[in-house]
Design a protein around this ligand. Structure first.
Ligand code: AVJ
Ligand code: FE
Length: 448
């Protein structure tokens, strides 16, 4: 198909690399140098680390691995190896100062565009369909999301701004949940050219029927959980989650504060009232899991989430996105830091799935019930440290992407993961439930 045509892919790679660099330039150019070298939170790197790390990964994969070039500055590799130095340690390293980091990333990029122009998009697995270029554009966009998190954690006046999403033109009047019919569905992909190793291979899963929310859980709904004493009731919590929130005096989503009977939140340097109809943001997995139990529901498994997002009951086929195979547009999903917040729940009618589920892509990363595990037939590609070293029960999977991630790093098969205590990420959730006899769903495994 056209999607796999080498010249189309080369154009896509070029534009994805340029888009990522524009965003990186904005995120590292909107504050003065001291803000780039400071550590705004022990959870995050100084912004100048991300900047040079972006360049260093690009050098390693596009200049050295693809083009066989010599290292530009071999001595800096260990500084920017995420596994050698945990984030909390990075400010004390002899990092490249901002001007040098910029010059280094620009030098790498100049050469990488040259490599892009003359590399055949076939032959080795790394260059097949331009994979390495797509991987590096995704890597930069992932760090652009990470840097946006750093901006959110940064104290002081706003450095970034963006227009708000459109308010709902009319209230969302669809059902609160829909039935996803049981039966087999194809999870993961073997054909998406730039899908990362953990999204592969495509494989069939038998998913029993279930109900899933048509929109992410809103601030208003989450406030009802708080007001009902949810944070003080161990019945709703995984035991280690309850211990954690009590040990850290967690009583609301991160960045929230109660004042005069009203919930306020700080968002990119501005304090504002918590908007009731917006998807809840900055909750950890333990909070999402507890809310769901309080609501008499549960988090969807990762397979359920992906089936809701990709299964076309008409054809039985798994699509790239909820709306079909076409790329995301601003009418379909809130992606790419166009807005610095999620859109109201019920937005993006044009992005809904055939069954009527909205906002699966964009707005907020959605916690799922599942641990981050390899699919059957998983093969490391191209390096163990992207996914394999994280597999196990320590991490929970998040799906669907947030307003902060670019479309190049977000699709129906894309898998993100984090610790269940993490809340600085742009995370929310939706809930699901099993079918019960009262629902009148005839057979356990009907396929619509
Ligand atoms: C997939 C978002 C968990 O940021 O740790 C960036 C992406 N991997 N550089 C992360 C990543 C290497 C990764 N996540
Ligand atoms: Fe990285």
């Amino acid at each position: 198909t056209d999607d796999q045509d080498p010249e189309t892919l080369r154009q896509r790679a070029l534009s994805a690399l340029l888009t990522a660099r524009d965003r990186t330039a904005l995120l590292t150019g909107c504050v003065e140098d001291p803000d780039l070298t400071a550590q705004h939170s022990p959870l995050m790197s100084p912004l100048v680390w991300d900047l040079a790390h972006i360049g260093n990964q690009e050098e390693q994969w596009l200049l050295r691995a693809v083009a066989g070039q010599e290292a530009i500055r071999p001595e800096i590799d260990p500084l920017y190896d995420a596994f050698e130095h945990p984030r909390a340690e990075r400010p004390s390293l002899p990092l490249l100062p901002p001007s040098e980091a910029r010059r280094y990333a620009a030098e790498v990029r100049g050469r990488a565009l040259d490599v892009l122009e003359r590399t055949p998009f076939e032959g080795s697995a790394l260059t097949q369909a331009g994979f390495a270029f797509g991987m590096i554009a995704q890597h930069e966009q992932q760090h652009d999301e990470t840097m946006l998190i750093t901006h959110q954690l940064r104290k002081g006046p706003a450095a970034l701004s963006a227009p708000d999403p459109e308010p709902l033109s009319s209230p969302y009047t669809g059902p609160a949940e829909v039935l996803v019919p049981g039966g087999p569905f194809t999870m993961g992909t073997s054909t998406e050219p730039w899908a990362l190793d953990n999204e592969r291979p495509a494989h069939v899963r038998l998913v029993p029927p279930f109900f899933i929310d048509t929109t992410p859980v809103t601030n208003a709904a989450y406030q009802a959980f708080i007001e009902d004493g949810g944070y003080d009731d161990p019945r709703w919590w995984a035991p280690e989650g309850f211990t954690h929130i009590k040990a850290h005096s967690i009583t609301a989503p991160l960045f929230w504060r109660r004042e005069g009977g009203q919930w306020l939140r700080r968002r990119f340097g501005v304090t504002e009232a918590v908007p009731p109809d917006e998807p809840v943001l900055h909750v950890g997995w333990y909070e999402a899991d507890a809310y769901a139990r309080w609501a008499g529901r549960r988090l969807p498994t990762e397979a359920e989430w992906e089936k809701a997002a990709r299964h076309d009951p008409g054809s039985g086929r798994s699509m790239r996105y909820p709306w079909g195979d076409a790329d995301p547009t601003p009418e379909r999903a809130n992606l790419g830091q166009r807005h610095l917040r999620p859109a109201p729940a019920g937005s993006y009618a044009l992005g809904e799935s055939p069954l009527g589920v909205r906002q699966l892509i964009g707005d907020v990363w959605e916690w799922t019930a599942s641990d981050f595990l390899p699919y059957p037939g998983f093969a490391v590609f191209p390096y163990r440290e992207y996914s394999e070293v994280f597999f196990g029960s320590e991490y929970k999977v998040l799906r669907g992407g947030s307003f902060a991630v670019d479309a190049v790093a977000c699709r129906g098969t894309f898998r993100n993961w984090d610790y269940p205590i993490r809340r600085q990420i742009f995370s929310g959730f939706r809930t699901a439930r099993d079918v019960t006899p009262g629902d009148g769903v005839a057979d356990g495994l009907v396929d619509g």
